[in-house]
Design a protein around this ligand. Structure first.
Ligand SMILES: [Zn+2]
Length: 140
């Protein structure tokens, strides 16, 4: 696994306002790789859009009990996605969707644009994850 540089880690935590994107916790933040790592060859710029601030509870859960939610909300990205910056991210502390840039900024997206971006990357699979989460009662 390739560890992010200290600079990338700081950039990601700053962008994410020093709280876990999926629960808002501020303690013991961890650098969360949106893509499964070990693929090699990623540029440093990509690492910024590929990283999120996460907490020790949420981070491991993205691969397990929170997997569908993590994919739907952009906290995890399918390993074949070459440009993680194309997959919007839902920030629970702000209850809003954002697009990440390769240079460490983010900008807010309307729900309609989120749907368009997700459809472009994942096709109908993204809607299916949403349906699954509604079945599970994850959405209030
Ligand atoms: Zn968390």
């Amino acid at each position: 696994m390739v560890a992010p540089t200290a600079a990338v880690r700081l950039e990601v935590y700053d962008r994410d306002q020093w709280c876990c994107v999926s629960c808002g916790a501020r303690d013991q933040l961890q650098f969360q790789h949106r893509r499964r790592t070990g693929m090699g060859g990623s540029r440093i710029e990509v690492a910024v859009a590929d990283g999120l601030a996460s907490c020790p509870t949420c981070n491991p859960a993205y691969e397990h009990e929170m997997q569908t939610a993590a994919l739907f909300h952009g906290w995890k990205v399918r390993s074949w996605v070459k440009q993680p910056e194309l997959v919007p991210v839902f920030y629970v502390p702000e209850m809003s969707w954002w697009r990440l840039t390769v240079t460490g900024e983010r900008y807010e997206l309307s729900p309609a644009r989120v749907g368009a971006f997700m459809a472009e990357v994942y096709g109908e699979e993204w809607e299916a994850w949403g349906d699954r989460l509604r079945e599970l009662g994850v959405f209030r």
